[in-house]
Design a binder for this molecule. Structure first.
Ligand code: FAD
Length: 291
């Protein structure tokens, strides 16, 4: 199923992200973790891609397995890092053969181990979007950054570049994580003012371990509200309490988004079925949609 047939409609969708293993030897255990998420019946699942192609084959294999064995639609991520025109054609051909109909087109970041220039044939995600559109047969998504992409000169420059990505054929956008919904609402206002009309799906990251905080800030440059810092400060040392508090914080963000008319929400679930289940349990009545 192509995601453009369900996104941007009135029906609520909750999607969950999983990642493939870096080492082939871990494939079975990671697959089982991703399948446990699939068994909870999300509306769709996204499977990340290790920039530089480190997870290329397993991204496609995992996405294919989730669709075939659990009937959950997937979107496979793909990046420009180290990619050539030929490698992208091959990856798209493999996806098509695997029955994958949705691609999240990303630039990616230069991995620390990569010595050579990472962006030769493809410099920006919009270049990749163009190739995927020309290839045909895929619904194409892209990423966006409510707090601005770290490389962007300014937020307005970033939104101008986002417009180029959408004009190239990107049919929906998923946001970087944020921990204060007002940041998303302000961003949506600026995106719509720039004439970008595609669905902008908020990405929610449940922080369920104190050790995730620094990494989340480093990866995304996102702002941590005092309210959340206080939660980590109080419960961070107790594994179970932090898990519960993190699930509730993410659930509250989701409930607020739904209450403000957002119908598609993406959750960075990081292969944790327990976190997915906790969020779904908190939304059990809300998901019935009888309001
Ligand atoms: P782009 O859209 O290319 O933007 C990158 C920068 O270039 C921005 O500053 C933008 O303003 C600027 N820019 C864009 N177009 C132009 C232009 N034409 N001219 C000048 N400047 C331009 N990384 C992975 O490695 N694997 C994943 O699976 C993965 N999944 C992700 C999923 C989501 C939802 C998000 C939000 C991020 C994900 N990332 C992933 C991280 C992502 O690859 C990085 O954030 C990367 O730095 C930017 O990727 P992008 O596709 O947003 O880049």
């Amino acid at each position: 199923m192509k995601l453009n047939s369900v996104l941007g409609q009135k029906k609520l969708t909750l999607s969950f992200e999983v990642f493939p293993p870096k080492a082939d030897s871990d494939y079975e255990s990671v697959k089982q973790a991703a399948y446990r998420v699939a068994k909870l019946h999300p509306d769709y699942m996204s499977v990340t891609y290790g920039a530089g192609g480190s997870t290329g084959g397993s991204t496609i294999a995992l996405a294919e397995g989730i669709q075939k064995e659990h009937g959950v639609t997937t979107i496979a991520h793909l990046t420009c890092v180290g990619a050539t025109k030929e490698s992208i054609q091959n990856a798209l051909g493999d996806m098509k053969n695997a029955g994958i109909e949705n691609v999240l087109a990303l630039r990616g970041d230069r991995p620390a181990w990569m010595k050579e220039e990472p962006f030769t044939d493809y410099h920006y995600a919009s270049d990749l979007v163009e190739t995927i559109r020309e290839f045909g047969g895929f619904c194409i998504g892209g990423a966006c950054y409510p707090e601005g992409h770290p490389d962007a000169k300014s937020k307005s420059e970033d939104i101008k570049n986002l417009r180029k990505k959408v004009d190239a054929g990107c049919e929906f956008l998923t946001t970087q994580m944020f921990f204060d919904n007002n940041i998303y609402y302000n961003f949506l206002y600026r995106v719509r003012s720039a004439g970008i009309e595609v669905p902008v799906i908020p990405g929610i990251m449940p922080i369920t371990r104190a050790s995730q905080v620094d990494n989340a800030i480093k990866l995304s440059g996102c702002n941590m509200p005092e309210r959340f810092k206080n939660i980590v400060d109080k419960f961070g040392a107790n594994k179970n309490a932090m898990m519960q508090a993190g699930i509730i914080y993410a659930s509250e963000q989701i409930i607020d988004l739904i209450a403000n008319g957002v119908t598609n929400i993406h959750i960075y679930s990081m292969n944790h079925a327990q976190v997915v289940k906790g969020i779904l349990d908190n939304l059990s009545e809300i998901r019935k949609g009888a309001w």
